[in-house]
Design a protein around this ligand. Structure first.
Ligand code: NAI
Length: 738
């Protein structure tokens, strides 16, 4: 069993610990080794009167069990005195649980000044004064844990508790800011909204519920949040009856009402009301920067007359924003030339976090090392000039604001390992343009050649914020689709800490956008500080796959696809989670510190070298050649499945025989979802079933055996809709590609 969580040497102050929840916390902390200050004024539930007996009894109980505790009888309004008791008795203060509380419930109309003030004094002001008294001690010792006690009445409102609700939600605001101010001193602050039977709830709950909802069911959360190993900070939890849940804010996408040619009017607000309140695709802003970032975007989109960015249903009215897909699609970008020697690949490798610390990185960092190689993802550097050098601006029909262009997705396919020096030229073309409502997606296909030899193909998928609504299509068969990882824990997880200068280093490979280095520019975009290039995180993720699944052998790398989901800040830790599915390694990369997914829906395809190794294993497993074909079809279908489902719309089952017996079953489903190939019997109903031997199957796909002849010769048995088998021929011919 994992070790138990202890508080030896820690000094805890629990306010209002003479009964109810506070008492449960005090006992639990003492039991786990903490020295506890048991504070309680000892008044009644309305805050009248005082007595020392409540606190004394709890101190006695702790001492009787061998624990350490002292009493304090001051009101929390005398914050300094409470903390002084801790310092006098135990010499320090580590943890403050702001728990003391009273009630003055009244309907709002009958709430007097006194009812309002006393509730605020005890709950909000009391928590402020006690916490402020402890704050500098915690900061100086670089450790502190603080709990604010909120309430469901504050979060949701409760009849007759206007005073109490206001103070209780005020505590959450206080906690949110302390969490930000304290974090760099390892001082954390969280809020809880508990439910427990106590003398406070006795008046509103039936006795059996009061008995059932034990304060002891709340205490473990409070202790965990206060443990030195818990990194939770600035959060709010509801807790009671043995259940704990976390809360957060959610915000609708909203609507931009004001436009350059339309004033902000009350009627326009009314007309957009449904949209303002529509929680579909809602966001969950976590910081004030994320929240205000939207306002910057809105201002600049209105300035540039793209006030439609958040408003997919509106029509484009601006004459300056024009995307004319008919003109732009298929247009070539000016060719670019990229000349390099060993310096650029090395600089790039450093830019994506390679280090001489790792001996197996040397072949990417030292030009004279044996097998000096270029990282496969350097392929994006060869091609990026095609659109970074203003290439897009030259395309007719694309009149867009280039400050609003975001890199959405990236696909890179290599046809041979990238030479370590050379002169490459790239040819770009606008492959397609999609209208996503809130913006436009431009698919840019770039082929890069060394002389006449095709080295790699990139698809840059760029999102132009606010440029949607031009009436274009929403999806395209040209899109290199992302793929979700399998529904199981990752097979391999690799982490790398990015350096604070990672973006400063990466930009030397040619992406000079000031967003990645200039703080004020980053602030305009709503970022706390300059962010890492998406393609830099992409490089980290790809080399994690290369190391763990291809032994850093660049010849095994075939293709990579990623979607950039969230920005990464230089200095954060990138954690790549990987799943192996045949030759495809699915991956997603998280920012370890926040748990947010930065790269999503991603995969790396490795080449036939790995393929053949695995395939040998597959053949040995069952001795069947056909397994290789089905695996290959499976891989291909992952790319073009949706397209095929539209075309074919059928489920095929295969019984492959060996020595006259069924040796394997495979299903090719091109009817459901975006298509799937799987081993085993069909899940549901097959439209057509085939039975044939492994050898005949191979002859068939290699074109040595004619299907009609095989059928008439009895080698191929077909059940169900025989006409559909013609459609299958197309798949075998076009997608098996063996
Ligand atoms: P309780 O009445 O059993 O405990 C509160 C304690 O605070 C009492 O012992 C009281 O003497 C003490 N106290 C009151 N004013 C004080 C002051 N000025 N200085 C020092 N001590 C003072 O109530 P319970 O239920 O244990 O409540 C603890 C906290 O949890 C309170 O802040 C309450 O508002 C909050 N809460 C409780 C819920 C519940 O279901 N029990 C629901 C939501 C919030």
């Amino acid at each position: 069993m994992a070790s138990s969580l202890r508080f030896d040497g820690r000094v805890v102050l629990v306010t209002g610990a003479g009964g109810g929840l506070g008492k449960a916390y005090a006992l639990a902390f003492a039991e786990r080794g903490a020295s506890v200050v048991v504070n309680d004024l000892g008044g009644d539930i309305k805050g009248d009167g005082k007595s020392s007996s409540a606190a004394d009894k709890v101190v006695e109980e702790i001492r009787a069990k061998g624990g350490k505790a002292v009493a304090n009888y001051d009101s929390v309004e005398a914050g300094e005195k409470l903390v002084q008791t801790a310092l006098d008795a135990f010499g320090r203060i580590d943890i403050v649980i702001n728990n003391a509380g009273i009630l003055r419930d009244r309907s709002f109309a009958r709430t007097s000044d006194a009812d309002w003030d006393i509730i605020h004094k005890v709950h909000l002001r009391g928590s402020f004064l006690v916490t402020r008294a402890a704050w500098n001690h915690m900061k100086n010792q670089k450790f502190g844990r603080i709990i604010m006690t909120s309430s469901a009445a504050g979060i949701y409102g409760n009849f007759g508790q206007a005073n109490y609700s206001a103070a209780k939600l005020g505590l959450v605001g206080l906690s949110n800011t302390l969490a930000l101010e304290g974090v760099k001193y390892n001082v954390h602050c969280n809020s809880i909204a508990p439910t427990a039977g106590s003398r406070l709830t006795q008046t509103v709950m039936p006795q059996d519920l009061v008995d059932a909802l034990k304060p002891e069911y709340v205490a473990p959360l409070v202790l965990w949040l206060c443990h030195e190993s818990c990194q939770e900070n600035g959060s709010l939890f509801e807790v009671g009856a043995g259940w704990i849940g976390k809360l957060r804010w959610e915000r609708t996408l909203g609507a931009i009402i004001r436009r350059q040619n339309r004033p902000m009017t009350t009627e326009a607000v009314r007309d957009e009301w449904a949209k303002i309140c529509d929680f579909d695709n809602a966001t969950k802003p976590q910081t004030i920067q994320e929240s205000t970032g939207t306002l910057y975007e809105v201002l600049s989109s209105i300035d540039s007359d793209k006030g439609l960015s958040m408003n997919p249903t509106s029509q484009q009215t601006s004459s300056s924003t024009t995307i004319d897909p008919a003109q732009a699609i298929g247009k070539k970008l000016p060719s670019t030339v990229y000349q390099y020697n060993y310096v650029q690949p090395i600089l790039y490798a450093l830019g994506v976090g390679m280090s001489t610390r790792d001996p197996d990185h040397l072949k990417f960092l030292f030009e004279a090392s044996e097998n000096f190689s270029c990282l496969p993802t350097f392929g994006v550097i060869l091609a990026q000039a095609a659109f970074m050098g203003g290439g897009l601006a030259s395309v007719p029909g694309l009149n867009i604001d280039f400050t609003r262009v975001l890199h959405g997705e990236q696909y890179l396919e290599l046809y041979k390992p990238i030479p370590t020096s050379g002169e490459m030229h790239s040819e770009g073309i606008v492959a397609d343009i999609l209208d996503k409502g809130s913006g436009a997606v431009i698919l840019l296909d770039v082929n890069t050649y060394c002389g006449k030899e095709l080295i790699c193909y990139n698809q840059f998928s760029v999102f132009v914020v606010g440029a949607g609504g031009f009436g274009g299509k929403r999806s395209s068969s040209k899109t290199k689709a992302t793929a979700n990882p399998p529904n199981r824990p990752p097979d391999v997880v690799a982490s790398d800490v990015t350096s604070v200068d990672q973006a400063a280093l990466y930009r030397l490979s040619g992406d000079w956008n000031p967003l990645h280095i200039e703080p004020s520019f980053a602030a305009m975009g709503g970022f706390e500080r300059p962010i890492l290039h998406g393609l830099c995180s992409f490089g980290f993720s790809a080399r994690h796959v290369l190391k763990h699944f291809a032994n850093n052998d660049v010849t095994k790398f075939k293709a990579i696809k990623v979607r950039f989901a969230k920005p990464v800040l230089p200095g954060q830790t990138l954690q790549t989670e990987m799943w192996k599915e045949g030759n495809r390694i699915h991956l997603q990369s998280k920012v370890k510190e926040t748990g947010e997914i930065a790269i999503a829906g991603a995969y790396v395809d490795l080449t036939s070298t790995v393929n053949s190794l695995e395939s040998k294993a597959a053949v040995q497993d069952t001795g069947l050649q056909s397994n290789l074909v089905f695996e290959e079809i499976s891989r291909r279908i992952k790319d073009v499945g949706s397209e095929l489902v539209k075309k074919v719309n059928a489920v095929f089952q295969w019984d492959i025989t060996k020595d006259g017996k069924t040796a394997a079953q495979w299903t090719i489903d091109l009817k459901n979802g975006s298509g799937e190939v799987y081993r085993g019997n069909v899940r549901g109903r097959a439209d057509t079933s085939f039975t044939l031997s492994d050898e005949d199957f191979m002859d068939l796909v290699l074109g040595k055996l004619n299907p009609q002849k095989a059928f008439f010769a009895g080698k191929l048995k077909v059940k169900g809709n025989i006409m559909l088998s013609q459609k299958l021929e197309v798949i075998l011919k076009d997608y098996a590609k063996l």
